[in-house]
Write a protein that binds this ligand. Structure first.
Ligand code: GDP
Length: 196
């Protein structure tokens, strides 16, 4: 229920600018255009909380949304945008790795991947950092409305199999911001992580 109350809190380009590291937060990661903003908006029952954008890779900041005094959602900068320089890529990698490793209030990581091309190298890097930080993971295979049932099941099976030896709790769900498949399960998991 507290998802509906989500409101913009702050944006941070580095760890020093993040809000106090207390309470619980859950972070959302994904390649640019994976459907991350649409998923956050669906989760919070808001149309324009997270910006959906036609210019992928634009946001290079961590965006914090406040749910209540002790709970936050964090929209991590989208990754995998071909046109950014190597310097920007390295800055992004360092920021992500340090945030995931050092942030005590971070209780879980949601990684979003287009169901039609999941587990790119950079997705695997993000999953690796999350598991190195001992965070439980929720992988959402987004835009599931684009595939038929059989292909959806195959993709779920393939991703689960590829990640079977990941050393942290890990759940893989089909998700669609359009049909809302996977939405309740996502809310349930994120709520669980946010429990104080
Ligand atoms: P972000 O860059 O990861 O935040 O992705 P966006 O949420 O901005 O979505 C990227 C594009 O994918 C937009 O054109 C969305 O309308 C579209 N999109 C996002 N989620 C879905 C979905 O569940 N189904 C379909 N069919 N399209 C989606």
């Amino acid at each position: 229920a507290f998802f509906q109350r989500a409101a913009f809190l702050s944006a941070a380009a580095d760890l020093a600018a993040t809000p106090p590291d207390s309470g619980h937060e859950v972070a959302f990661a994904g390649r640019s255009n994976a459907g991350k903003s649409s998923a956050i908006n669906a989760l919070c029952h808001q149309k324009a909380l997270a910006r959906t954008s036609k210019t992928p890779g634009r946001t290079q900041q961590l965006i914090f949304f406040r749910l209540d005094d002790e709970r936050r959602l964090v929209d991590l900068p989208g990754y995998g945008f071909a046109r950014v320089s190597l310097t920007i890529k390295h800055q992004w990698q360092a920021l992500m790795e340090r945030y995931l490793e050092q942030r005590d209030s971070l209780k879980g990581l949601v990684v979003m991947m287009d169901i039609r091309h999941p587990l790119t190298a950079i997705d695997q890097q993000m999953i690796g950092w999350g598991s190195a930080a001992e965070l439980p993971l929720l992988l959402l295979l987004t835009k599931a409305d684009k595939l038929k049932r059989g292909a959806t099941e195959r993709s779920l099976r393939d991703v689960r199999k590829a990640l079977a030896s990941t050393p942290v709790p890990l759940e893989v769900l089909a998700f669609s911001a359009v049909t809302r498949v996977g939405l309740e399960a996502t809310q349930a998991r994120v709520s669980e992580w946010l429990e104080l």
